[in-house]
Design a protein around this ligand. Structure first.
Ligand code: BGC
Length: 470
């Protein structure tokens, strides 16, 4: 208790967040909803992956999981009680257009569910921020075609997005097309042959699907609905392992270019970073596709805000690897400083990394624009959560959040237009390949049929922080 009070005093005493700054929490459908067969939902690629037993210890866990599909009113009540007024969530494509394809059957029960959810959030004074795609592709689409790189993918995704804009756009004013395109393109099991081009082809397909969806929203809905649309980038920060070594400095720059600039630069200039194209196409095989002039125009300016997910920092040096493909093109070896603390994901805790990343984004793209920057995910998985007392205090998570919020605050003081920050996550949830073993929630969820919610110390701390600013 004493520790919480001390941390509270530190934060309250030094707070420089503007009064209109928005604090929120973030979640994603597959990670919290459960109800895997409810109301005509189809199976997603993650339902299948989880059930294959290849990636998760207890493969049936996400079937019910946090059961937010049925318990969303409890989640809303919790947010309301704790003064959280901004909720980032995602819609499950499998609930809206079960087989995923363009022109196929729309599921009224899925639409009714999210309509109720958005209405109840709005009634509780909570603004929804909605991601259309957070990893859970309808399995049918994946099995029938080739996933993101399928020639029909853009039309399939636009069809689903169109239903969402039409049905929910009166209540949803913040849309994100895809969560973390880099993760979708890079974090997969690739054969040595696939890794030569597949990450770049997926990246290319996602960039175009994003831009076409934004065009659709702008042409058909934005004027009446008055919402905003963008997508969510993810980036770690990369410090040169030895700041005095030019090759380490360049490795750190290259690592960020191969993660963030890859997807970000086309939003501003309409094309990939020149250096990245040169590296990948140096072998003369044309592995990185080009955009047509029409596509460049479509990409340029295709977001109304800049949204970033960030968790940790690496030290970078050249990899000196031989081989071919994404890792070879990027050519970086990534390690942590032995002095850095780590979370239960074994990710480093370096608030300075977030600060420098924000300043990089500001300096490179946002300076001289009035585009808002949102931190759409930031948070920590913390160990030893079986002990109820440590949950009530939740010191390590509070320290993490305090540090990273400090990094945001410092950037605001330097003039960066950051307007929103979302903690990942509201609830302990399904952490993909790690199942429910990694605990990111500021609310604990008991993994039994009742899926009981218990606010952690960090939830109380966050609530006080928000209250102070209102
Ligand atoms: C993803 C979340 C995930 C979190 C922690 C982000 O990359 O958007 O779905 O749970 O990181 O790993």
């Amino acid at each position: 208790m004493k520790e919480i009070l001390i941390l509270l005093l530190i934060v309250l005493g030094t707070c420089k967040f503007p009064k209109k700054f928005e604090f929120g929490v973030s979640t994603a459908a597959f990670q919290i909803e459960g109800a895997w067969l409810a109301d005509n939902k189809s199976l997603s690629i993650w339902d299948n992956l989880a059930h294959s037993g290849l990636v998760v210890a207890n493969s049936t866990d996400p079937d019910i999981g946090d059961d937010s599909y049925n318990k969303y009113l409890e989640d809303i009540a919790l947010m309301k009680d704790y003064g959280i007024k901004n909720y980032r969530m995602s819609i499950a494509w499998t609930r809206i257009v079960p087989n995923g394809t363009n022109g196929s059957r729309v599921n009224q029960k899925g639409i009714d569910h999210y309509k109720k959810l958005f209405r109840d959030l709005t009634r509780a004074g909570i603004t929804p921020y909605v991601t259309l795609y957070h990893n859970d592709m309808p399995a049918y689409l994946y099995i029938q075609g080739t996933g993101y790189t399928d020639p029909d993918f853009i039309e399939d995704f636009k069809y689903y997005a169109d239903v969402c804009f039409k049905e929910f756009g009166d209540l949803v004013k913040y849309w994100f097309t895809f969560n973390e395109p880099w993760v979708l393109a890079v974090l997969d099991e690739y054969t040595p042959e696939e890794v030569m081009t597949k990450p770049y082809d997926i990246g290319h397909a996602l960039l175009l699907a994003h831009a076409h969806t934004v065009k659709l929203y702008r042409e058909k809905y934005q004027n009446q609905q008055k919402g905003k649309i963008g997508w969510v980038f993810n980036a770690e920060m990369y410090f040169p392992k030895d700041v005095n070594k030019k090759e380490d400095v360049e490795a750190a720059e290259r690592a960020l270019m191969f993660q963030l600039d890859w997807f970000c630069e086309p939003m501003f200039s309409g094309d990939y970073p020149q250096k990245m194209k040169e590296i990948i196409n140096a072998d003369g095989k044309g592995r990185m596709k080009s955009f047509t002039e029409a596509e460049k125009n479509l990409l340029k300016g295709s977001m109304d805000f800049y949204a970033l997910n960030h968790y940790f920092t690496w030290l970078a040096e050249p990899a000196r690897k031989t081989g071919a493909g994404f890792d070879y093109d990027r050519n970086v070896n990534l390690t942590f400083d032995s002095n850095w603390n780590q979370t239960d994901m074994e990710w480093s805790i370096v608030p300075e990394g977030l600060h420098r990343l924000i300043m990089y984004i500001h300096g490179k793209w946002l300076n001289n624009t009035n585009m808002e920057l949102f931190i759409t995910e930031n948070g920590a998985a913390i160990k030893n959560e079986s002990d109820i007392n440590s949950i009530k205090i939740d010191k390590a998570r509070i320290e993490y959040l305090h540090g990273y919020l400090g990094a945001v605050e410092e950037a605001i003081i330097k003039g960066v237009n950051i307007t929103k920050y979302f903690v990942w996550s509201l609830l302990d949830n399904f952490e993909w390949g790690s199942g429910f073993s990694k605990k990111f929630g500021i609310v604990r969820v008991e993994l039994d049929k009742n899926a009981k919610r218990i606010a952690k110390g960090s939830m109380k701390w966050y609530s006080e922080l928000i209250k102070d600013l209102l």
